[in-house]
Design a binder for this molecule. Structure first.
Ligand code: 7RM
Length: 651
């Protein structure tokens, strides 16, 4: 072990599953043993819990790097998420409980949701959308987002959801890459009290999207029928969603899809400027989404499951829509911001709907920490029984805060590592089985084979290295849409025979995984490897610090030096003494090797809309380079401000 791994590996706290939780958990140790003994048998048994229209002949056909799962099997995803729940007691159960940012509320039972999906499917068919066609979805977090996805699945159209926070240009590029024939959007969505005029952005995008023949427009703004200010309807091309659905029949025959037919494309940023269209198919994807939802979230009929991700990200696909609905669960969906109208909005929702399982991102947790404990303290959170984290490494301090302030020391935390590319959760504790350590995603899900390798691709048992996956898994991406060569290059060429996730990780004495983040975040200072997260974790441990991002800056002697961007908790003052104090603090927590050369105080950190800190941009700032692509930034001004500030401090 090298000393720079100290911060995380010196994390000695252990949280065994609470006895009461373990006693009734859906997952048991037996699952691990079963998958260990017969990996394909494990996945096959999970696939059998779904409804198939025709059986498969082989579980897996693997011609590296191309996988086919449940070969020859036929099924429809919407049937699995809806129809099969309609014959029993779930028929009248809430499938979707929704709250809009302005406070409007809707509840759709499984029956209601099925009806809407069938009507939407018929509406799409009326417009001439056929099996295999691509449909772009550009919607706020409203029930119609889930309805539109499921309607596509019902008729075998491939959806490409574009996050509602993306610009017209991003939407245009994604539509064109997929050659979508239709777009489903809304007149607007609410965010921090403002209307986001999605239809206007869509109109702007569509000027350069010749493939789109039809646009369905959801009227999000009640009473605004015919309100041309937000939705100028183009004759022949644009159709109000509610009018088409009112005219459509309530039953639509589902297509029998091949297990390997495309279910969706989802665009994700790569190392180049051009986003990659990640391709997911039907049978394997749904099997993994359903199985992970069931075991990782210990999901049962009486739960209210709230995954706070937007439907525009893979987490929204797998854990707002497909995984929970395949399990017949009740899903809570919320449209707006966590601090609107007050910083306790999430806790208001947890209390109002009696949320039992809550799944969010570390960036949100750190914001809650910064806002102060009085907000959750004002609410009754006693229905919560399980908490989840996803999207980035969670620093032990945030983990402990989440555990104490939200879970009241009672709820297990599942820190789940996975990617758009993996389709579903890959490394995670199973609650009730695995003892957790704050900051560690613990061990691979049953049936998942992860291995650590060094820079030469040699397998290593423990220490620091690269996270690779050695065996195909059902939810894996099948290719990059229209660019199979890029698929091979990006994921399978760095370490031949292995899927390389792009993440650095450490494995400890107990075989636990500690994800360090993207390897471009792993720095090399004077020949020592330092995870930016370790330094960030040390900084966040300081009482004055709210959030920190650390990047490498080219250094003559050391190769790289550390530059830290820090936001302070409310009430903390920016002083020269604090700067020294922070450097000392890191030195104390990790060692002199991790002492940042520069510390910059910032009002906010540049983040993508999904909440990931854009270290690449911070690096550009730290090194005085021109800024890279900022189109995925939530607020590009944050970067500009930081750059100005940095340059004046440098000067
Ligand atoms: C689900 C999602 C994927 C990248 C991945 C990691 C990082 C995600 C964790 C995590 C540490 C976690 N898909 N990441 N989960 N890092 N611990 N639990 O986020 O495609 O948008 O991002 O996110 O770097 O490669 S994603």
């Amino acid at each position: 072990m090298t000393d720079q791994l100290a911060t995380l590996l010196s994390e000695q706290r252990r949280f065994p599953p609470p006895v009461g939780f373990a006693a009734r958990a859906l997952a048991t140790e037996k699952l691990y043993r079963k998958a260990q003994a017969d990996r394909l048998g494990f996945w096959e048994d999970e696939a059998k819990t779904l409804d198939w229209m025709a059986p498969w002949s082989r579980v897996l056909e693997w011609t590296s790097p191309h996988a086919k799962w449940f070969v020859g099997g036929k099924l429809n995803v919407s049937v699995n998420c809806l129809d099969r729940h309609l014959s029993g007691p779930r028929r009248n159960k809430a499938a979707l409980i929704w709250e809009g940012e302005p406070g409007d509320r809707r509840t759709l039972t499984y029956w209601d949701l099925a009806r809407e999906v069938n009507r939407a499917a018929n509406a799409l068919r009326t417009l001439g959308v056929k099996r295999g066609d691509r449909v772009a979805i550009y919607l706020p977090m409203i029930p119609e987002a889930a309805i539109a996805m499921l309607a596509c699945a019902r008729i075998g159209a491939v959806h490409s959801v574009v996050f509602g926070g993306f610009s017209a240009e991003s939407l245009r590029d994604r539509i064109n890459d997929a050659q979508a024939v239709a777009l489903i959007t809304a007149d607007g969505g609410y965010r921090r009290g403002q209307v986001v005029p999605l239809k206007r952005f869509a109109d702007e995008a569509l000027v350069e999207c010749p493939s789109v023949r039809h646009v369905m427009v959801v009227r999000r703004r009640p009473g605004a029928d015919g309100d041309e200010a937000f939705a100028e309807m183009k004759e022949g091309r644009d159709h109000w969603w509610h009018r088409l659905l009112a005219a459509a029949g309530p039953e639509a025959l589902p297509e029998a899809m091949d297990s390997e037919d495309l279910l969706f494309i989802l665009y994700t940023s790569g190392t180049t400027g051009k986003p990659k269209g990640i391709v997911h198919t039907t049978g394997g994807y749904l099997t993994q989404a359903a199985a992970t939802t069931k075991y990782v979230f210990d999901l049962r009929d009486e739960d209210v499951f709230w995954c706070t991700a937007d439907i525009g990200w893979v987490t929204g696909h797998s854990y707002v829509v497909y995984g929970p609905l395949a399990n017949g669960a009740t899903v809570l969906m919320y449209e707006g911001a966590p601090d609107w109208p007050e910083r306790d909005r999430f806790w208001t929702l947890v209390e109002r709907y009696g949320v039992t399982v809550f799944y969010t991102a570390p960036t949100a947790i750190r914001a809650f920490m910064k806002w102060g404990t009085e907000h959750p303290a004002r609410h009754n959170l006693s229905t919560l029984r399980l908490l989840g984290s996803v999207g980035e490494p969670i620093n032990p301090e945030a983990w402990i805060w989440y555990h104490e302030q939200i879970g009241k020391g009672r709820c297990p935390i599942v820190d789940t590592w996975w990617q758009t590319e993996t389709g579903g959760i890959m490394i995670t504790p199973l609650p009730g089985v695995v003892t957790t350590k704050p900051g560690s995603a613990t061990i691979p899900f049953p049936g998942v084979s992860a291995e650590l390798v060094d820079a030469k691709g040699q397998r290593i048992e423990k220490g620091g290295g690269f996270l690779t996956l050695t065996e195909p898994w059902p939810g894996m991406l099948r290719t990059i849409y229209g660019d199979d060569e890029r698929y091979r290059q990006t994921y399978w060429s760095r370490f031949p025979g292995r899927y390389f996730a792009g993440d650095g990780a450490k494995v400890d004495e107990d075989g636990y995984w500690w994800i360090l983040g993207r390897v471009d975040d792993v720095l090399n200072v004077a020949g020592h490897r330092i995870g930016t997260m370790e330094v960030e974790s040390a900084l966040v441990d300081h009482p004055s610090v709210a959030e920190a991002a650390v990047v490498g800056k080219t250094h003559e002697l050391k190769g790289q030096a550390l530059a830290a961007f820090v936001t302070l908790k409310e009430g903390a003052k920016v002083t020269a003494a604090l700067k020294d104090d922070l450097k000392e603090h890191v030195t104390k927590k990790i060692g002199a090797i991790a002492r940042p050369d520069d510390i910059y105080f910032a009002a906010d950190l540049p983040k993508t809309r999904s909440g990931k800190i854009m270290r690449r941009l911070l690096k550009d700032i730290a090194e005085g380079r021109a800024l890279g692509d900022t189109t995925t930034l939530a607020d590009p001004n944050v970067v500009a401000k930081l750059k100005d500030q940095y340059e004046s401090e440098e000067g």
